[in-house]
Design a protein around this ligand. Sequence first.
Ligand SMILES: [Fe+2]
Ligand SMILES: [Fe+2]
Length: 175
Amino acid sequence: MTQTSRERTVFARNPLDMIMHQHAMQMQLCDMLERIADGLPDEVDRRLCAQAASSLTYDLPLHHHNEETGLFPLLRERALPEDQIENILGRLATEHVTDTDFASEIAESLEILGRGDRVGNPDMVGYMLRGFFERYRRHVHWENTLVMPVARMRLTPEDLEALTQQMERNRGDTL
Ligand SMILES: [Fe+2]
Ligand SMILES: [Fe+2]
């Protein structure tokens, strides 16, 4: 999920498209994690493990940070009461904290597998992977169906510009 020039082109056009694009990449990441879990303990693709570990370590926390410092505050400001977005944003923000922690734990095991070493407890790693991708698919689905449509409807061109700038600042901070 490392940023490509194609992503940067999308990014320049509309930050909401960029977030949706990242959600699609996250769904692919969940599929990767499922394939790894299915292959444990012996049939794991090392390159896939290393790639997933990198996405979990770098891309996922940055994405969460973009939502928390950019998208969600703008939405809280613009959403109307009938959008009923406040509770869902609170719940998604709570999940970001848990998922960022969980992702870094999983990434440690995937790095071991990526080096071609064996993990101490493959059943536990499989269990953690399944817990993560099942919950994370739900998280992305909620954002795509409940949050992004409201963002498309309510955010102004100035908001989108502010969101773009915030995301660029966040990316600069992590480089
Ligand atoms: Fe999120
Ligand atoms: Fe998201």
